[in-house]
Design a protein around this ligand. Sequence first.
Ligand SMILES: Cc1cc2nc3c(=O)[nH]c(=O)nc-3n(C[C@H](O)[C@H](O)[C@H](O)COP(=O)(O)OP(=O)(O)OC[C@H]3O[C@@H](n4cnc5c(N)ncnc54)[C@H](O)[C@@H]3O)c2cc1C
Ligand code: SF4
Length: 335
Amino acid sequence: MKTFAHVNAGSVDEVTNLLAQNQGKAKINAGGTDLLGVLKHRILPEYPEMLINIKKITGLNIIEADEEWIRIGALTTLVEIVKSPLIEKTCSLLKEAARSVASPQIRNIATIGGNLCQDTRCWYYRYPDEIGGMIKCFRKGGKTCPAVAGENQYHAIMGAKKCFAVCPSDMAVALTALGAVCTLAGVKGVRTIAVEELYTPLGNVLSPDEMITAIHIPKPAPDAKQTFFKFTLRKPIDFAIVSAASIITIDKGICTDVRIVLGAVAPTPVRALKAEEFLKGKALSEEIADQAALLAMDGAKPLAKNAYKLEIAKTLVKRVVKDSVVTVNSLNDPV
Ligand SMILES: Cc1cc2nc3c(=O)[nH]c(=O)nc-3n(C[C@H](O)[C@H](O)[C@H](O)COP(=O)(O)OP(=O)(O)OC[C@H]3O[C@@H](n4cnc5c(N)ncnc54)[C@H](O)[C@@H]3O)c2cc1C
Ligand code: SF4
């Protein structure tokens, strides 16, 4: 690994000032479970000159609630989310999503802020420099995407134009279903943005001087049924092939409110808007679930090797509509 300066930041202001002063050459280090691998394998075109350790900043590791919102600090670890009685009671789908991430060892140190900002897992992008040289694709400022004509079995089936890598964050899928927003702090002040709008085709909307400080979730209706399903090839320690999160309110047998989000099908989490619209005002049944699943695939254009993901995505949408109650979820068995 190349040498770099290491700074223990004591406040959010110190982080944003250091990020601004270093003009893109400093990187935030939270749990380090993603960042250190990225640096070790030298997959980035430019190596950071400074790492800013944010773990010593106080006040960023909290889970609390008021009447309307649940607030999770950016340094809260995934295991803290899994074990929180407040999250279990109010946002069980977030708990399920956190529980499905990686392994207990990683969940012990991985933070929610780092999970949202983790780098893509595309295997061309992650190709280590030491075995054949870094691949400079669109996402690294290059002019091609080798995945389009190459090994694209795990890539996007919808919503991609240049880069077909999928958003790897399970927390982003769950938080999008919950309608969460995050607070971004920068040298010019603080702004909030919906998690749904956090990602761009080649990364995220954070300016080079910004960091996530907290995530705010509007308190879900107590009777809303929450579900998170994740299909993986291996049970322990694997990223989603496809995931689906939903929050569905049913009143007197009729669906009155619904959000369904698909993960690992596109460079961003994808709201199944047409399916949501279709479900509102209907009594949920097998046939309705089938039709919603088809509508959720609207606009999908699989690549040569990943059409199988369509069938998995349809099945998961069907399941979240049918089983929109959080029960024991065999797809999400803990490690
Ligand atoms: C073996 C393995 C399996 C995994 N499986 C899954 C999985 O199934 N599902 C899943 O969702 N993830 C998975 N992951 C990814 C894992 O969840 C992330 O590595 C972890 O959540 C990142 O958190 P961290 O605190 O360690 O971030 P770091 O590694 O410290 O940071 C990651 C990135 O985010 C930036 N960053 C960190 N905090 C902030 C902040 N507050 N504001 C702005 N930028 C920030 C850093 O600069 C860096 O670019 C897996 C990882 C491994 C190694
Ligand atoms: S899918 Fe994206 S990250 Fe992967 S090779 Fe293509 S441009 Fe690069």
